[in-house]
Design a protein around this ligand. Sequence first.
Ligand code: GUN
Length: 300
Amino acid sequence: MTAKIIDGVAIAKKLRTGYAERVHALAPRGIVPGLAVIVVGDDPGSKVYVRNKVNACRDIGMRSRVHSFAHDCGEGEVLSCIRTLNEDPGIHGLIVQLPVPAAFDMRRILQSVSRAKDVDGFHLYNVGSLVFGQTIFPPCTPFGVQRLLECEGITVEGKNVVVVGASNIVGKPMAMMMLQKDATVTICHVKTRDLAQYTILADILIVAAGRPNLILPQMVKTGAVVIDVGINRLPDGRLVGDVDFEGVRQKASHITPVPGGVGPMTVTMLLQNTIAAAEREANSTPIESPDFHDFERAIA
Ligand code: GUN
């Protein structure tokens, strides 16, 4: 068996065409969806990601603004910038590019983003709503994986989904989203012993561990769908995922390449979340649901 290669670039392009139309449709109401990105320090990876986000906004007619801070700036300056952007009616989505310098209290920073503008889905309120199955802003990378599966017509219900990697940004929300779609979900992580005994059972294997060649062909069930979220730079400069692509390709039914698989979908989902935030505002739809008020009262 040779796997079908899932073309994330083509799927992202098609989705973005639809998003451009949604942006266009808001124009007569005087609304241009706007994204603000806060960057602290000079992480080289962040620079590339932020540039991609800015370009993606421009290409579909959205506004974007980048607020850059030196690595040794005070946390108060960043919090003050967040508060200003929270109140700015021209900004519908607000994200803080991670990582922030180690001296910063990342939780406090993420909690200070307005939950109505938290298009990364990192605020605890949005994390909680995801766990409750009432997602407001799905975190962009797992959301991108979910859309790739949908676009390929791959159903999740009743399937064994194994997620390798338990980060707050990818692995944990990914597992929750798959559970919400009625998959049987297993989460593996760096401390998992004998990883292969879990991965071999996967109908859908989603790998976000940040280790090149972690997944070898003998660890994969014949006909499995393999989604590689890893992005690793090898000493020779090549960019690879966490999966032995050439080997696993001979066994899987579908596989994502790196680059060109999940990567383009992450930014695409950021556009989707920001447009959704702008549409909510245009339609005066509050993000709170009655269930959450019940919940807040119950725990008060
Ligand atoms: N750093 C790596 N991935 C992400 C992401 O999805 N959002 C933000 N804000 N920072 C990141």
